[in-house]
Design a protein around this ligand. Sequence first.
Ligand code: MRU
Length: 346
Amino acid sequence: MLPTIKWDENKVIMIDQRKLPGEEVYVECQNTDQVAEAIEKMVIRGAPAIGVAAAFGVALGVLSIDNDEKLDEEFARILHRLEITRPTARNLFWALERMKGAFERNKGLELSHLKEKLIQEALDIEAEDVETNRKIGFYGKELIEDDQSILTHCNAGALATAGYGTALGVIRAAFQEGKKICVFADETRPFLQGARLTCWELHKENIPVVLITDSMAGYFMQKGEIALVITGADRITRNGDAANKIGTYSLAVLAKEHSIPFYVAAPFSTIDFNLNRGSEIPIEERDPQEVREVGGHCLSLADVKVKNPAFDVTPAKYISAIITEKGTARPPYGESLEELNNVKEL
Ligand code: MRU
């Protein structure tokens, strides 16, 4: 399995996703600020991976506390630094809430024991994420038939999680079962997660992949070359609306026009039951340079006005099913997600 992030002797090691596929370089973080910066600069990205990184960032922060005089204040400062890194992915806030819960339960312990507990909580979040993705793969593979071509957007693979992936986890599980499949990967402008990361990941495991530019998706759907679309999600609201990488909404509309199923694969940690609908999801606006440049080369006028929303929201009506670790939810999502939420996992 691909190494996305790991805890190693009180340090956090992550593969620098900005450099892939050209260079496989690992970055070492020794404190909360370094983890927060790695999330902001997209050294690590993808909703579940951001959550795992944030949990490790909290553990590093608590490790650096040397007395318990201002423990609550110090902990709030650590959480805040990580909370302000990226606004859209629910998993970030979910992981921080879990770390806060572990802190509250254990803050009466001796400082050294509190530190151990928080490291363990972060390691649990990491391990559970891989397990969750395997379950998503298990449920999702049933939706893929032999000889089908699957379109995916951005990177919802091992690199976007602690391992195995969500949308790519479903694809992996189908492939591992012996289904002959081919993946169409959208390049995913402007950060090129599809071209750089999804192709790299699939190629490493010999899963057939074809790279297309974002604007080619409709052409291949019209020609009947795409059987289904699977993407990940950054935040899903109670009614099933799903925020994911910019461009996902256009794909969902195109898929509906061509009667192609459009699936979202995501863990429950991506579902925000506090929000009723997608219009309530905060959408991150990123640096304009990401749009003006490709690979550090300016493509346009150096000062041209740019808009760079990193995500869009696909309304639930375009989503054929949401694949989770507890099973596959079908519309109406208000009911099916709630029902699955109450299911105890096997
Ligand atoms: O900006 P990114 O690269 O963090 O965006 C990632 C995505 O949009 C993924 O599709 C999403 O996080 C799901 S990852 C399993």
